[in-house]
Design a protein around this ligand. Structure first.
Ligand SMILES: Nc1nc2c(c(=O)[nH]1)N[C@@H](CN(C=O)c1ccc(C(=O)N[C@@H](CCC(=O)O)C(=O)O)cc1)CN2
Ligand code: GAR
Length: 210
């Protein structure tokens, strides 16, 4: 039984999708904890209501990123994770932290990496006149948004789209590929080839929506 620790900073809809898929599909896994850097993260209420242990490590009360990351790791390790899942977790993590969870920490990023690393991805895609946008699930490394890609989903950018409309379309894709990606990990279906990762049976690592 693999143990998942999910990190959030806000509403937690991706965390919710993973919790529900894990239960509904009978994964060989359990969500051991949901942890947030923000005390007011809405996802904490969902987790608590579903009997999942929660914790808050408030980044605002630490003097440095290193001190925050050290406490975050201590709390995470108290739940003995096999996989750390960043689900809308909005803090850049230090190299020491990402090394601690090398090849066992995933993130979901709302763009087709390597395009649009960082923040405000939908605004930037619209500004650039992109016709496709999407989402990437990747392993987390010290270099921001550059770890091995597990899955990607593409969606159209439609005439008249604003960031709100595009983010809603991308979010639907997120809720599709993040649970699938985490399931592949807990089922030990991911195979590494150098710094790349693929599904052991050749399952498609992309989805085209819309
Ligand atoms: N070392 C790494 N840390 C993180 C990664 C990563 O790949 N390597 N992924 C991010 C998630 N992320 C994009 O997917 C991301 C999150 C946050 C930021 C950012 O600029 N954060 C600011 C604060 C912003 C805020 O509080 O609203 C900051 O940390 O100063 C960029 C990208 C998670 N961490
Ligand atoms: N750079 C990280 C980032 O922007 N992540 C994005 O934050 C949102 C969190 O939503 P959620 O809290 O409902 O899962 C998601 O759209 C996710 O892709």
């Amino acid at each position: 039984m693999k143990r998942l620790v999910i990190l959030i900073s806000g509403r937690g809809s991706n965390m919710e999708a993973i919790v529900k898929a894990c239960a509904a599909e009978g994964w060989p896994a359990e969500v051991a904890a949901v942890i947030s850097n923000r005390p007011d993260a809405g996802g904490l209420q969902f987790a608590a209501a579903h009997g999942i242990p929660t914790a808050v490590v408030d980044h605002k009360v630490y003097a440095s990123r290193e001190a925050f990351d050290a406490e975050l790791a201590r709390v995470i390790d108290g739940f003995s994770p096999d996989l750390v899942v960043l689900a809308g977790f909005m803090r850049i993590l230090t190299p020491g932290f990402t090394a601690r969870y090398a090849r066992r920490m995933l993130n979901i990023h709302p763009s087709l990496l390597p395009a649009f690393t960082g923040l405000h991805t939908h605004e930037r895609a619209i500004e650039m006149g992109c016709k496709l946008a999407g989402v990437t699930v990747h392993f987390v490394t010290a270099e921001l948004d550059h770890g091995a890609i597990v899955m990607q989903a593409a969606v159209p950018v439609l005439p008249g789209d604003d960031a709100k409309a595009l983010s809603a379309r991308v979010l639907t894709a997120e809720h599709c590929i993040y649970p699938q990606s985490v399931r592949w990990f807990v089922e030990e279906a991911l195979v590494w080839s150098g710094e790349r990762v693929h599904h052991r049976d050749g399952a498609a690592q992309h989805v085209l929506l819309g």
